[in-house]
Design a protein around this ligand. Structure first.
Ligand code: AMP
Ligand code: ZN
Length: 471
């Protein structure tokens, strides 16, 4: 497929290098609070990307971390520990908070039909690997100890800013103003691999290390988890655009320093969801969650459709007015699909042609909105039978995951329930008639036959017993 690569800043041909397998890594949530619908925009787009790659015929292995330690409020090395902040807010332990919000995250994903990656790894389960990697970086001369911490020396890598296009001089980008400068750092852009002697008095999560008791930096988590589960060569790495710097920039520096060769060849970033022109975030006021969307009477899949109707590389402005509009569009679409008659066999050759069209249209830099337009074109096409349309809809829904046939399925279920009721009624009447005949009550037997006939049920006595049909 054609896919924009943040690193090359061009739309590149994206396909596996070896064989048919794509190794894909996704930065997971920091589980100190509910995910907001902005975070979930990123996860929806990544989900569609994964499903589209499978749809186009590739095998995808995908891993994701759960950040349950090390992520500070600044995204860099200063501010508060987000997990500690969450635990204090709710008067719980850090691990209780982590478990609760990890479960809540996957529950939101379920509601939005976001598939859980087959590999999900909490950072706290990987401390041994983090320490080993940091040790190796120290031995290779890429890391140093200063003050109480271990830092990565960014001056030792070539092209540290390749992903961002930033310069050292505009390093303040993405970093908060109230951050005091860390004088231990040899270079402004150096970052912490391991914190020892936490500056937070109530730091609950800490582990022994060769450098003293402490905890890992956020960036080393993703590098180690990715390398452990997906190997030395990564095909695709995803996240929201705010992850480009410093998080992904630092991941590249560490991973390539450790491996001694190029690590990830394609970077996929989703633009932000905004409200009133500014980025939706967890730290600002009330959090706009999936539950809030549901409480206001929207099916979560209306939000999914809203995301799929825009392009992942464009910032998306959220409002409930726009969501109202999408609610109508979604409901009309389901209604229209429910009017299709699921009779007869689908024409496989025609369905395959529509499959191929979807691969082409969506394969142009993950153009999900055009994929939805194609779905409407197909619905409109009078040369395609209803059965074929349904087959194509189900095929597209493997990627879109909008439960497009749910109204139709409900209708067939209801029709099935009516059938069951009718069968029970007719069978009871036939048994009654059999008993009447046995008792030589032929008038009653005839009355039952007539009663059934008046309802369009024709019965016939055969050697195997009485059979019936509705005419
Ligand atoms: P976090 O839980 O803060 O680590 O973020 C989880 C994911 O959501 C990351 O990939 C972020 O880049 C992404 N993200 C954060 N805010 C937004 C937003 N407003 N719109 C889209 N994605 C976001
Ligand atoms: Zn990450």
């Amino acid at each position: 497929m054609q896919l924009y690569n943040t690193e090359t800043k061009t739309i590149d041909e994206f396909a596996p290098v070896n064989g048919n397998t794509i190794r894909m890594y996704t930065c997971g949530p920091t589980v100190y609070h509910f995910a907001h619908i902005g975070n979930l925009r990123s996860y929806i787009c990544e989900d569609v990307l994964e499903k589209f790659l499978s749809f186009a015929g590739y095998d995808v292995i995908r891993a994701m971390n759960i950040t349950d330690v090390g992520h500070l409020t600044s995204d860099a090395d200063s501010g508060e520990d987000k997990m500690l902040k969450g635990a204090r807010r709710e008067n719980k332990t850090v691990m209780e908070i982590a478990q609760f919000y990890t479960d809540a995250f996957f529950e939101d994903c379920r509601k939005l039909n976001i598939k859980k990656p087959e590999i999900v790894v909490p950072a706290t389960s990987m401390i041994k690997e983090f320490i080993e990697t940091i040790q190796a970086l120290m031995e290779k001369g890429y890391a140093y100890q200063a003050g109480e911490n271990i830092y990565f020396d960014t001056s030792k890598v070539n092209n540290y800013y390749a992903l961002t296009g930033h310069e050292e001089s505009d390093l303040q980008v993405g970093v908060r103003d109230d951050v005091e400068e860390d004088t231990n750092k040899r270079n402004k852009s150096d970052f912490v691999l391991w914190f020892t002697k936490s500056k937070f008095e109530d730091q609950a999560l800490k582990w022994d290390s060769p450098w003293g008791v402490g905890y890992p930096g956020w960036h080393i988590e993703c590098s180690c988890i990715s390398m452990k589960y997906l190997g030395e060569y990564l095909d695709l790495h995803c996240g929201g655009v705010d992850n480009i710097f410093p998080h992904h920039t630092n991941e590249i520096a560490q991973s390539e320093a450790y491996l001694g060769h190029r690590w990830c060849r394609h970077w996929f970033h989703v633009q932000h969801l905004n409200e009133n022109g500014s980025k939706i975030s967890k730290s600002s006021g009330t959090i706009l969650t999936v539950s809030v969307v549901e409480e206001k009477g929207y099916d979560p899949l209306v939000y999914r459709m809203f995301c799929l109707q825009s392009h992942y590389r464009k910032p998306l402005e959220f409002s409930f007015e726009v969501l109202d509009n999408m609610k109508n569009v979604y409901s009309k679409l389901l209604q229209r699909i429910s009017n299709l008659k699921p009779e007869g066999a689908a024409d496989e050759a025609v369905a395959a042609q529509w499959h191929q069209k979807f691969v082409e249209v969506v394969g142009a830099d993950l153009n999900t909105a055009s994929g939805i337009t194609l779905l409407y074109d197909m619905l409109k096409d009078e040369t395609v039978s209803d059965a074929t349309k349904l087959a194509v809809i189900k095929d597209y829904d493997r990627v879109l995951s909008l439960d497009l046939t749910k109204l139709l399925d409900k209708k067939s279920e209801a029709a099935g329930a009516v059938d069951d009721e009718l069968t029970a009624y007719v069978e009871a009447k036939i048994a009654e008639r059999k008993a009447a005949k046995k008792a030589k009550d032929f008038a009653i037997a005839d009355a039952i036959r007539e009663e059934l006939a008046s309802k369009g049920i024709m019965i016939k006595d055969t050697r195997e017993g009485t059979v019936w049909e509705k005419v």
